[in-house]
Unconditional design. Sequence first.
Length: 253
Amino acid sequence: MKGERHPLQAEASEVHYTSEADKFRTIVFGIQDGLITVGSIVLGAIGFSSGDFKLVLISALIALFGAAISMGIGEYISTRVRMQIFNNEIEKERREIRKFPNKELNELKDFYMGKGLSEEDAERIASVLFKNEDVVLNEMMIHELKVFPEEFESPVKLGLIMFVYMLIGGLVPTAPVLVGYLLGLQNVILAGYAAVALTLATLAIFGVLSTKYTGLRPWRGAFEQVVTGALALLISYLVGYALSALIGAVVPG
């Protein structure tokens, strides 16, 4: 009847978020790393500083820019090296296709047979693909090297993206300390409470948003993010406090 949907159509209408989830993972990784890394250093500095607002602020700013720059450069270098490795493997494969076409043809045929095609169908498909070197190279990249051409993005672009996301995440726990210092507040502990609250709230938001891709219930996504973040912040504060007590006991006053 008109207006009714075939069961197969209903199944086909389900939305898959694999590509979108990869982009979201990059955003979460950068911002979450900034939140926890800088937030942990802020709390550690508060525990160590015995209320020195300026020391906490300097520690926060060093952590903010240091983490963002190091992560951006790290992403650039790792992506560049990865691309160089893949490009080297691709060129090796290109030389093999030109030097040993029959061997590569049989490898491709065996791959399709392994997927359940008959020998005749597998050979026909492989033979058609081998008429175009770029097409067969693309197939060999995907099936043999497990490399997908769409994965390649500019190392500079990815490095800048990671830098920006880290900076955004790190600004969240840094902002209360910076604002408190500019306003002339004396109690850095209050700024620390605000930094913790903002950090955990942001982690909770990302935890809820991530459930679109993970399938978890929103409360559980938020809970996992908040618990892991809170543990990192608490441990950092305790380490800072312990170091303050230890150094204070060892270093002559």
